[in-house]
Design a protein around this ligand. Structure first.
Ligand code: C2E
Ligand code: MG
Ligand code: MG
Length: 622
């Protein structure tokens, strides 16, 4: 019995040591090693030579301390401490301060040392004459900064353990300090990284200019400044006339060089407070504050001339480059936002192009009206006809669950069939329909049709859900709620199979007016998704209140995910925001397997896109 017990203990000892637990002998070696480290720390003994330094120093050396220095008086002690801070010198780790002599005032020296931040951690052991010891000295000594007191005559057996424990404390503090400073560095690095990310998010990679997002922020500021100062601002929209030709003929590298050259020409024309941005591939914008119409037009003309005079060389070819410039004035009392200002300036730029290029054109409301009317004149009858002849149809794009890949539902995407039977995508006709008051009928068609589609699915597909895109006007229409409710009742479709998609920008702009409708539809059981999430830059607080079940990260962040570290950071933080708020996060525009794998790794809950499945005219049988 007993032998069995012993043998099991032996086995355990063997496995312990094999598993890396140091046996007792190693522990004592470790202590020796640590004591050696302490003995190599620097000690300053400040005492008058005749009375103390030599014997104390001798005791320390005898005990193996190798770095002991001495000072004869207060000045020398301070000097020794200071020079220990010189570059390359080793700092003093412990001060033994003999105040038994009358050579200097030990308390005053202690206080002087403690006033220096570099020495706040250094232990100081005061040495006093036994005969002078009084109880009431203690508070004074510790208040002056002493960490310990020794009485004379100093015994080796007392001195060495006190020195060792003081040095141990010092070492621990040093390590903690070092750890703290490493953490600070890490934090600082993270800040730098965030600043860099901020830079990337707001700047154009190629030219280093502000990008559209950053320009929009600057525009919002300029509009607010104008309200406050009563002064106008101007936005100049610059579009290169020949970029596409040069880019096609010479290739992208040369095209990039041209874009950078133009950025530099524009930069040279800027005033100290102007803002220059690149807003799309060959389009730039200049924001000028505190100006008026005449001054803004003069500035635009100067930009146009500078580009016109420039010659772009590529090998032996010489290109004449010119630009069309649209100018939009932002008047101080006008109620306008950044995207409207941008739209006006680009509209004016478009006019400059249609009037013959290499021109400056000032925005004029009538131009826009003419344009919309021109466009609408074509489209309104086509939309009306499509409504009348039921020429709308729906395509369905599958949405899968991650991980796993099971199809959980479809997004319904509207299409219009034109007279020749060709399919027209919604970006062509929805904006016109919204402007010309036809969207209402389209929205109603979409709701009814979507519920019909669900009702017709076989029982085996009764678990599928349908995502329905509605214009923001729909949620302001009191007829929507009864329509949805009655249609659901009659068809027997369960409300939780419908998810309404509402775009982030529309949601933000009109939430107060639509809140009631959204809440009632949710009470019915319908779900809501915030579409194009990330494009509206909603604040976290805003999102917290917004009653949606799904966040659909906008496709523009997903499309280049593999190669764009900024998009990667943004998508990860959007997923994190979604998770924190308890929302299901969906990614759209998944165009290949690598993107899908990355999204799955990031923890996206659902995905859709042409790689997973292109929009189809029918929901495939399950
Ligand atoms: P959305 O709701 O963000 O819809 C996604 C769009 O991305 C769809 O375009 C879809 O075909 C497209 N898409 C899906 N996967 C990919 C992909 O991997 N790569 C690329 N490049 N594109 C992909 P679509 O059908 O042209 O719709 C455009 C927008 O029109 C929709 O954006 C939505 O805002 C609006 N829309 C669509 N259907 C309706 C509708 O019934 N009513 C209303 N009011 N708006 C609709
Ligand atoms: Mg959508
Ligand atoms: Mg979307």
């Amino acid at each position: 019995m007993s032998s069995a017990h012993n043998s099991s203990r032996d086995t355990r000892a063997a496995t312990d040591s094999a598993a890396g637990h140091p046996p007792v002998q190693d522990a004592s070696q470790d202590i020796h090693h640590r004591l050696d480290e302490l003995r190599a720390m620097r000690i300053l003994v400040a005492a008058a030579a005749d009375e103390g330094a030599a014997p104390i120093g001798a005791m320390l050396s005898h005990d193996g301390f190798t770095q002991v220095v001495s000072a004869q008086n207060g000045d020398e002690a301070l000097q020794a401490l200071r020079s220990s801070l010189d570059f390359g010198a080793r700092p003093i780790d412990l001060l033994l301060l003999d105040v038994a002599t009358t050579q200097f005032d030990g308390h005053a020296l202690c206080r002087a040392i403690r006033r220096q931040p570099v020495w706040t951690d250094m232990p100081i052991i005061l040495i006093r004459q036994r005969g002078t010891w009084r109880e009431d000295m203690l508070p004074g000594s510790f208040a002056a900064g002493a960490t310990d007191i020794l009485l004379r005559p100093v015994q080796r057996a007392e001195l060495i353990p006190r020195v060792i424990s003081a040095l141990l404390l010092k070492k621990e503090r040093d390590m903690r300090r070092q750890h703290e400073s490493e953490l600070e560095t890490e934090l600082a690095e993270r800040k730098v990284m965030e600043a860099r990310l901020q830079y990337l998010v707001s700047h154009d990679d190629l030219t280093g200019l502000f990008n559209r997002r950053r320009l929009e922020l600057a525009l919002e500021d300029a509009i607010a400044n104008g309200h406050a100062s009563g002064r106008a601002a101007a936005l100049l929209y610059v579009d290169l006339d020949q970029f596409k030709v040069i880019n096609d003929l010479e290739g992208h590298a040369v095209g990039d060089r041209l874009l950078m050259s133009v950025a530099n020409i524009l930069r040279k024309q800027l005033g100290a407070h102007d803002i220059l941005a690149r807003v799309s591939s060959d389009e730039y914008a200049v924001l000028i504050e505190d100006t008026d119409e005449a001054a803004a037009l003069t500035r635009a003309e100067a930009l146009r001339t500078a580009i016109d005079e420039y010659r772009f060389h590529s090998e032996d070819r010489n290109y004449h480059v010119c630009a069309s410039i649209g100018v939009a004035l932002i008047l101080p009392h006008e109620d306008i936002n950044a995207s409207e200002a941008l739209a006006r300036s680009s509209q004016a730029c478009f006019e400059a192009k249609t009037h013959g290029r290499n021109l400056v054109h000032l925005f004029n409301k009538d131009d826009v009206e003419t344009n919309i009317l021109r466009h609408a004149a074509d489209w309104v009858p086509r939309i009306r006809e499509a409504l009348a002849h039921d020429r709308f149809c729906m395509f369905f794009q599958p949405v899968i669950e991650l991980p796993g890949g099971r199809v959980v539902g479809y997004e319904a995407l509207i299409r219009m069939r034109d007279a020749e039977g060709g399919l027209v995508t919604p970006d062509r006709f929805i904006p016109v329909a919204e402007r010309m008051g036809l969207i209402h009928d389209i929205d109603l068609w979409v709701v009814q049709h979507a519920i019909d589609v669900l009702a017709r699915l076989p029982a085996s597909q009764s678990g599928l859900t349908l995502n329905v895109n509605l214009s923001i006007h729909a949620f302001q229409d009191p007829a929507l709620f009864p329509l949805v409710r009655d249609k659901l009742v009659h068809s027997g479709v369960s409300a939780d199979r419908i998810t309404f998609e509402i775009t982030e920008t529309a949601a933000v702009a009109s939430y107060d007016q639509t809140r009631n409708m959204i809440n009632r539809l949710r009470e019915l059981g319908c779900r809501f998704a915030l579409d194009d999430f990330g494009t509206g830059f909603s604040s976290f607080n805003y999102l917290k209140q917004f009653p949606v079940d799904y966040l659909k990260i906008d496709g523009s962040f997903i499309r280049n995910l593999l190669n764009d570290p900024v998009d990667q950071r943004l998508v990860r933080s959007m997923i994190e925001v979604g998770r924190t708020l308890g929302k299901v996060v969906v990614a759209e525009f998944v165009e290949n397997a690598e993107i899908l794998a990355l999204l799955e790794e990031y923890g996206v809950n659902r995905a859709q896109g042409n790689f997973i499945g292109e929009p189809l005219p029918e929901i495939p049988p399950g």
